[in-house]
Design a binder for this molecule. Structure first.
Ligand code: NAD
Ligand code: IPM
Ligand code: MN
Length: 360
């Protein structure tokens, strides 16, 4: 039996509901493949603020560092929305990413044939979409200095964030992006705002300078405003996209909607070494929390990414992904992906359906 230590971070909102489904199906797959998952839960986000006053307790970071992989649900909610930024749940997530050095965030957006009718876009636009957004995760305007709300002499306040990228930061995310593209359709589009921002000029120069090392990859560049438009107009032109932290945050939500629902999309956050964090692209969905309405599939697919990329157990990842395919083929749909004629289920019933599908 192979054993893996996995830290679970349920966080807030729908987090505990979707994680409960996910750990149940992971245990089943573990039994089938002789893998043992030692799950340990830790606090992050609003739940950690309420219990300890800190959105990322030292103990949580230590537990994560000491595990083979981290499975995170989501953080945030109305209750903490009026706290100053430095004390918000979101700060816990940013601290986790920085603390584990997770500079590369892989966000695949692939439309499943079963869900084409759940997309708000036309069938011919979304059919066959298969995009990988490679988002830089520990730099850019999220972390650049100076930052803060400063008082002028007049007493008027000034809010400041700074978009910064060093050559080394651009090069390391660039290499991940080129290597990702090599394993896919070998097309890489780098997205920036080089027509206005100096930080983007440097970004473009460095990404271009890497290209000769990956001569099998076709590199193009696009401005972020155009990229947002093109993602909706003709998403099939994209294969791998590489971009900075803020642009990647925004574009990955847009890409998510091509696939029908943000409730379907997983992600992997990876560093140069050490455990990765695997989490859905969506947030804590406070509007539906505690109502058994959440779609658990993004979380289950995040666990599949964890098995594949974090633990090198591709067979276990395949089984989870196949179970997702099976339940969709059977017509089970949570509210966010419901279309006419399908079987409406809640979060728990979707979990039961997955469990049954794994047995087949
Ligand atoms: P959100 O992704 O939580 O929700 C946006 C909409 O999508 C909501 O209507 C929600 O009900 C729906 N939705 C999201 N996930 C779903 C799922 N699995 N099943 C069904 N419907 C789903 O984004 P938001 O409303 O902008 O943010 C809510 C909170 O989450 C905020 O505090 C925000 O900071 C936080 N957030 C956290 C993460 C994270 O932890 N990685 C990511 C994004 C937002
Ligand atoms: C995400 C989220 C986070 C981000 C927030 C909650 C800090 O939107 O993971 O996409 O902006 O990175
Ligand atoms: Mn986001």
């Amino acid at each position: 039996t192979k054993r893996y230590r996995i830290t679970l971070l349920p966080g807030d909102g729908i987090g505990s509901e979707i994680l409960a489904v996910t750990t149940a199906v992971m245990k089943e797959v573990g039994q089938q493949l002789d893998l043992q998952f030692d799950f340990q839960e830790a606090l992050i986000g609003g739940a950690a603020i309420d219990a300890t006053g800190n959105p990322l307790p030292d103990e949580t970071l230590a537990t994560c560092k000491d595990s083979d992989a981290v499975l995170l649900a989501a953080i945030g909610g109305y209750k903490w929305d009026n706290l100053p930024n430095a004390q918000r749940p979101e700060r816990g997530l940013l601290g986790l990413r920085a603390g584990l050095g997770l500079f590369a965030n892989l966000r695949p957006a692939q439309i499943l044939p079963q869900l084409i009718d759940a997309s708000t876009l036309k069938r011919e636009v979304v059919e066959g979409v298969d995009i990988m957004v490679v988002r830089e995760l520990t730099g850019g305007v999220y972390f650049g200095q100076p930052k803060g709300i400063f008082a002028e002499e007049s007493g008027a306040k000034r809010g400041v964030n700074t978009m910064v990228y060093t050559e080394a930061e651009i090069d390391r995310i660039g290499r991940v992006a080129f290597e990702t593209a090599q394993k896919r359709s070998k097309r890489l589009c780098s997205v920036d705002k080089a027509n206005v921002l100096e930080v983007s000029q440097l970004w473009r120069d460095r990404i271009s300078a890497l290209a000769p090392n990956y001569s099998d990859v076709e590199l193009t560049h696009m401005y972020v405003d155009n990229a947002a438009m093109q993602l909706v107009r003709n998403p099939k032109q994209f294969d791998t996209i590489v971009t900075g932290n803020l642009f990647g945050d925004i574009l990955s939500d847009a890409a998510a909607m091509l696939t029908g629902s943000i409730g379907m999309l997983p992600s992997a956050s990876l560093g140069a070494s050490g455990p990765g964090v695997f989490e859905p692209v969506h947030g804590s969905a406070p509007d539906i929390a505690g109502q058994d309405k959440a779609n658990p599939l993004a979380q289950v697919l995040s666990a599949a990414m964890m098995l594949r990329y974090g633990l090198n157990e591709p067979e276990a990842g395949d089984r989870l992904e196949q179970a997702v395919q099976t339940v969709l083929n059977q017509g089970y749909r949570t509210g966010d992906i419901y279309s006419e004629g399908m079987t409406a289920v809640g979060c728990r019933a979707m979990g039961d359906a997955l469990f049954t599908a794994l047995g087949k």
